[in-house]
Design a protein. Structure first.
Length: 313
C-alpha cells in the first residue's frame, strides 16, 4: 500500500523574499522561514529521510497560506508562477515522491484563471490551494464565482487551509493564539462560508480537501445541520455537503480522528502531517497516531492510502 501525506508545505526562501517585495507583510512570512522547508537540496533530502522513516511514499505539497495576496494583480500572478514553477521542478527532480496543489493569484480572478489553465497542464499537480480568507475577500464572495465555475468544469481538487489571520479577531491574534486556536477556527469558518454561499451544491464537481480535520466543524456537525433543518440557515443540507468533502488528519488527537470517522466516514479522511511544522519523531507520529487511533484495519488503510481522493497510485 502506498502512503500519501496530503498536507505538507515547501516554502522556497527566494519566493518568500519575493512575497515581501511585492507587499506581503514580513510578519506573516516569518512563520515559514528557517524550518528546513525551502526547496534547497539539503532541505529536500532531510524531508525525504523523514518520509522514509515514517513509511510515507508521497507528500502533496502546497504553498498556502504563503500566497501572493497583494493588490497588484500582475505582481501576484508573477509570484504564483514562480512558486508553481519551483514545485514543478521539485516534482520532476524527485519523481514519484511528490504531488502538488498549485497556487493562484487570488483574489484576482482573471489572473487566477490564466494560471489555472497553466497548472492543469503540469504532471503531478492534483489541484489548487486556497486560504480560508483572501485578504478582505471571503470564500462566499460572489466575485469568486467564475473561479468556482472553472474549477467545477475540471472536477478539480481544491485544498482549503487556514489563512493565519487569527480569524481577524483580536481575541485570538492579540493573545498569541493565531496558530494555536486561530487556524482551526479559520478552517471551520472557511467551510461555513462555502456552505452559506451554497458553493458545494452549486459547483458539485469540485472536490474540497479541508485541512486540520476542519477545526471544530465536525464536532459541531449536528448543530450545523439543525440550523439548516429548523431555521433555514443554509440553502442545502450541510451534512450532505460535508459527506462530499475530504478532511486531513493533521490534528494528532486520536479521539478527534474517531469523531471525524463517526461523522463523515473513513473514506472522507486523509493522512496529513503539516510538515514542516511537525518533523522527525513528530512527523512519524502523524502516521502512527492514525494506526493507533482504534480504527478498523480497512479504515486505517483507506486513510493512509489517500485513494478516495487521489486514486490508486
Amino acid at each position: 500500500m502506498m502512503i500519501i501525506d496530503s498536507h505538507a508545505h515547501v516554502y522556497p526562501a527566494d519566493y518568500l523574499d519575493l512575497l515581501e517585495r511585492i507587499g506581503v507583510d514580513p510578519a506573516t512570512t516569518q512563520v515559514a522561514r528557517d524550518l528546513r522547508a525551502s526547496s534547497e537540496p539539503e532541505d529536500i533530502a532531510a524531508r525525504l529521510r523523514q518520509m522514509d522513516d515514517a513509511g510515507v511514499d508521497v507528500q502533496v505539497l502546497s504553498a498556502v497560506p504563503q500566497l501572493p495576496i497583494v493588490p497588484d494583480a500582475e505582481a501576484a500572478l508573477g509570484a504564483a508562477v514562480m512558486v508553481n514553477d519551483r514545485y514543478r521542478e521539485i516534482l520532476a527532480e524527485y519523481p514519484g515522491r511528490f504531488l502538488a496543489y498549485g497556487a493562484l493569484p487570488v483574489p484576482h480572478v482573471k489572473e487566477s484563471l490564466r494560471e489555472l489553465e497553466r497548472i492543469f497542464q503540469f504532471d503531478g499537480f492534483v489541484g489548487i490551494c486556497l486560504p480560508t480568507s483572501i485578504g478582505d475577500v471571503t470564500l462566499d464572495d460572489p466575485s469568486l464565482d467564475p473561479l468556482w465555475e472553472a474549477l467545477d468544469q475540471r472536477s478539480a481538487r481544491v485544498y482549503i487551509h487556514a489563512a493565519g489571520t487569527g480569524a481577524h479577531s483580536p481575541l485570538i491574534a492579540d493573545h498569541g493564539l493565531t496558530w494555536v486556536n486561530g487556524a482551526p477556527v479559520e478552517d471551520a469558518i472557511g467551510v461555513l462560508h462555502l456552505l452559506k454561499a451554497d458553493v458545494p451544491a452549486r459547483f458539485a464537481n469540485i472536490r474540497f480537501h479541508i485541512a486540520h480535520l476542519a477545526g471544530d466543524l465536525l464536532f459541531l456537525a449536528q448543530r450545523i445541520e439543525d440550523n439548516y433543518q429548523h431555521w433555514g440557515a443554509f440553502a442545502h443540507s450541510p451534512r450532505e455537503s460535508l459527506l462530499r468533502m475530504w478532511f486531513d488528519s493533521a490534528n494528532f488527537h486520536a479521539p478527534s480522528l474517531r469523531l471525524a470517522r463517526d461523522t463523515v466516514g473513513a473514506e472522507r479522511l486523509l493522512l496529513g502531517s503539516d510538515h514542516p511544522y511537525f518533523q522527525d519523531e513528530l512527523y512519524t507520529r502523524a502516521v502512527e497516531y492514525v494506526r493507533g487511533a482504534g480504527l478498523e484495519g480497512g479504515e486505517v488503510e483507506t486513510i493512509l492510502s489517500g485513494r478516495t481522493l487521489f486514486g490508486e497510485r
